[in-house]
Design a protein around this ligand. Structure first.
Ligand SMILES: [Zn+2]
Length: 332
């Protein structure tokens, strides 16, 4: 099955892809309209006039209006996916569903983002990112905030539970890693998986380090969590995976295998750098990606720390803290 054929099949099953513009490097975000009862929209696009216009246009092209939406399901906490939720919920009087662990985050959006930024800034300083970069990133993040929104989660979803519509039944699967709240919708009858950013065809999904949703200060091991989630998804007999960006995936097992190989190779590359001499995560990021744009600094740091977690878990590297600055060294 080609990606186009997968989209056609999804359409025949009443799932329509809406490609909503975002101001972010990732480009358009995929939202999915499910023609069923209730009329369901999976993800919304960011909070901007342009995104709202395009969403309404694309709904009209399908013979629908925004006011008809009865249920919005959020796949995870990132602003390109949830920004219009408040506007849709109020204009359409729609229910809002999201995984239970993320409900407080969505309901207090903005307050928590402040704590998220503080968490990220401390992490960056501890791992060697220069202070001016950290300050610049915080202001970027502050300006991004307007593309998000808060909304009351009227229908909390639970991992492993069912989300039944009139003509179909989704199993809700909490598969954190890309973010702490990644939620998949699995239709086992049709073998269709709505996966958002958990698995993307054209780019490896970033296991971003996020502040834990339970409010604890402990740094999550995002890549290890992500790999465990991918391994579970690999077991599903999915024929079509509908992602949050880009084209449908029709061979998720081989794609997941490629991603696992990539992470293994990256971890070994980092191990060689550390074996040569102890380094901070930032030094490793620079060694691998050079001087990336400021906006990418947290992303590459997340990548590096994620892979160092794998190596630490195998007992091959350890963290050494020196006056608040963390370096990684090879063991033995
Ligand atoms: Zn995302």
């Amino acid at each position: 099955m080609t990606p186009d054929e997968a989209l056609e099949r999804a359409e025949r099953e009443g799932i329509h892809r809406l490609r909503i513009p975002t101001p972010f490097a990732v480009g358009r975000v995929n939202c999915y309209l499910i023609e069923d009862e209730p009329l369901t929209l999976v993800d919304t696009g960011p909070n901007s006039g342009k995104s709202l216009d395009e969403l309404e246009q694309q709904l009209r092209a399908l013979g629908r209006s925004l006011e008809e939406i009865e249920l919005v399901v959020l796949t995870h906490q990132h602003i390109d996916h949830l920004g219009l939720v408040e506007i849709i919920a109020s204009r359409a009087d729609a229910e809002v569903a999201a995984i239970d662990v993320v409900a407080p985050f969505v309901e207090n959006f903005g307050d928590d983002i402040e704590a998220d930024d503080r968490f990220a800034a401390e992490l960056m300083l501890r791992h060697g990112i220069p202070e001016d970069v950290v300050i610049a990133l915080r202001s970027v993040s502050r300006s991004f905030r307007a593309w998000g929104a808060r909304a009351k989660v009227t229908r909390p979803l639970h991992d492993g539970s069912d989300l039944p519509l009139r003509d179909r039944r989704f199993e809700v699967q909490h598969r954190p890693g890309h973010s702490p709240s990644d939620t998949l919708l699995w239709d086992s009858d049709r073998r269709i998986l709505i996966a958002a950013d958990h698995l993307l065809a054209h780019i490896s999904s970033n296991p971003l380090i996020s502040r834990p949703l339970d409010g604890s200060d402990e740094r999550p091991k995002a890549l290890m969590t992500y790999i465990a989630s991918l391994e579970r998804t690999r077991e599903l007999p999915a024929e079509i995976v509908l992602p949050g960006h880009g084209e449908p995936i029709t061979d998720h097992r081989s794609l997941i295998d490629q991603r696992l190989t990539l992470h293994r190779r990256r971890a070994e590359k980092m191990f060689r750098l550390i074996a040569a001499r102890p380094r901070t995560a930032y030094e490793i990021a620079q060694e691998i990606w050079g001087n990336v744009a400021v906006t990418q600094a947290f992303l590459t740091l997340s990548e590096v720390i994620g892979h160092l977690d794998l190596l630490a878990d195998e007992g091959r590297v350890r963290e050494v803290s020196d006056g608040g600055l963390v370096r990684f060294e090879a063991v033995g």
